[in-house]
Design a binder for this molecule. Structure first.
Ligand SMILES: [Zn+2]
Length: 476
């Protein structure tokens, strides 16, 4: 069966047909974190969903190229940099590292490319220059550059592809300089923001004077640089539909690099909002959770991931601490069944395959990533398997087969193998300490100690890799 899902661009459920003529390769871009603070659990709903999409496409035999940007130049970040009087990179590095630790605690596969906006200023300027040259962007008196919605529409394009906008209410020439604004404040938006004293040391030279990019142009520049002017899938939370994604389309298609008739993005996928304990998350209500907050309460990344994966991505979901307790019980049911199968299974002999559960899982996922139906099928299968286990009706060969079936399904769900489970849960809490200790040792040039920490991690099944983006842990 073919995969179908809701494309925000067409506002309908459509069959997914990759742009690749061979139908094998898929390009996926997901708007990444704004590293101004620790990411909250609502942010992670989107990233876990993007991970599910990627894993399911891989399950279907597609070769996915996954790009996720790091927004490290943006209004909120600049405000924090000013308040804390920290250099931009020092400030963002801390939250970027924390983000990737959380990302991996949730067992999200690392994207193939994670470009930072601050390292793509030249690409961003080149894109703005194209828009200026095509008459779609203009320099205002203060040196900022704006995208002209009026000119864009006059050129035959349509602003308001992902949602309906009322242009009657918009007055030509009105401008909005903030990165975030509401639908009724739609106006010419900033591509390049002229340097102001509040920006401190955060500015770059440009043909229009010193300044910094707007948030929306960053994603247009980085996604097209990494994946080309047209690609298959663009994901993000539903709060990004407007203005961020609408502006991305206008900028990217306005620059005109696409082949005739090709859109910037073929399919737009948006994950719904997350409520926590029945309400919109807010620090004052005490229902604002980062992943770290939940780990500190004794929950694991695996439990959080499971709970986030129980709801359909287009439905707003009420995330609760009770729900996490339920996740723990549900996972225990799965683990117990799988552990018994592993006990019984011996040798490499397998029984004929059991297509039923795999087929039901795939049918559910093909239907707009219907996880509810997928979990229904999985738990029914577990119940039946438990029954057969209790009646001692499962041979070692069949136990191997059933374990193998689960391993394939679990490749998509990413709930860890038994071995990873044991290591991962222990490491969730200690990972940070290892990394901090090693960083401290390296800073003190105590390489004997830093090597000892590396070897210690190795014995726990983790390799440490020093990348230009800082140290990363990789399962051996
Ligand atoms: Zn973006």
């Amino acid at each position: 069966m073919a995969l179908r899902f809701f494309n925000t661009l067409s506002r309908s459920v459509q069959e997914f047909v990759p742009r690749d003529p061979q139908g094998k390769a898929v390009d996926l871009y997901c708007c990444g974190p704004t590293v101004h603070d620790f990411a909250h659990i609502g942010n992670f709903r989107t990233f876990v969903f993007a991970d599910l999409v990627r894993r399911y496409l891989q399950f279907k035999g597609l070769a996915v190229r996954h790009v996720m940007n790091i927004t490290d130049v943006e209004d909120k970040i600049i405000r924090r940099v000013r308040e804390t009087q920290t250099p931009l990179r020092d400030y963002t590095a801390k939250f970027e590292a924390a983000f990737f630790q959380d990302f991996q605690a949730l067992n999200c596969l690392l994207p193939h490319d994670t470009p930072r906006a601050s390292e793509h200023i030249a690409d961003i300027i080149a894109l703005i220059e194209k828009l200026v040259a095509r008459g779609l962007a203009y320099r205002a008196a203060d040196g900022s550059v704006y995208f002209s919605i009026e000119k864009y529409q006059a050129a035959g394009a349509h602003y308001g592809r992902l949602l309906k906008l009322n242009f009657e209410e918009m007055r030509p020439g009105q401008r909005v300089s903030a990165d975030e604004y509401a639908k009724d404040a739609a106006a010419d938006f900033a591509l390049w923001k002229a340097r102001v004293s509040e920006d401190g040391a955060v500015f770059w030279p440009s043909p229009w004077g010193e300044g910094r990019p707007g948030w929306h142009i960053e994603c247009s520049a980085m996604s097209m640089q990494a994946l080309g002017p047209s690609f298959d899938l663009h994901l993000g939370g539903e709060d990004l539909i407007f203005p961020h994604h609408e502006d991305e389309i206008a900028q990217s298609e306005g620059a005109g690099a696409q082949a005739a008739g090709e859109p910037f993005v073929k399919y737009w996928l948006h994950g719904a909002f997350l409520l926590v304990e029945g309400k919109k998350m807010s620090k004052s209500l005490g229902n604002y959770f980062t992943l770290r907050d939940l780990l500190a309460k004794g929950f694991t990344g695996r439990e959080v991931r499971y709970l986030l994966l129980t709801a359909h991505y287009r439905e707003s979901f009420n995330f609760t601490l009770d729900g996490l307790q339920g996740a723990r019980a549900a996972l225990a049911r799965i683990d117990e069944c799988m552990d018994k199968l592993t006990e019984i299974g011996s040798g490499s002999e397998t029984a004929p395959s059991e297509p039923d559960i795999q087929q039901r899982f795939a049918e559910a996922m093909d239907d707009d990533f219907n996880v509810s139906a997928a979990w229904g099928a999985i738990f029914e299968w577990i119940r039946e398997t438990n029954k057969q286990l209790a009646e001692a009706r499962i041979s070692p060969a069949r136990a191997n087969t059933l374990s193998g079936v689960w391993a394939q399904i679990n490749e998509v769900l990413g709930l860890y193998t038994k071995q990873e489970r044991e290591m991962g849960e222990k490491l969730d809490q200690t990972l940070q300490k290892f990394l901090d200790d090693r960083a401290a040792a390296r800073k003190a040039k105590d390489f004997k100690r830093s090597d000892a920490i590396r070897d210690e991690l190795k014995t726990k099944g983790w390799a440490i890799e020093d990348t230009p983006k800082g140290p990363r842990l990789k399962r051996l």
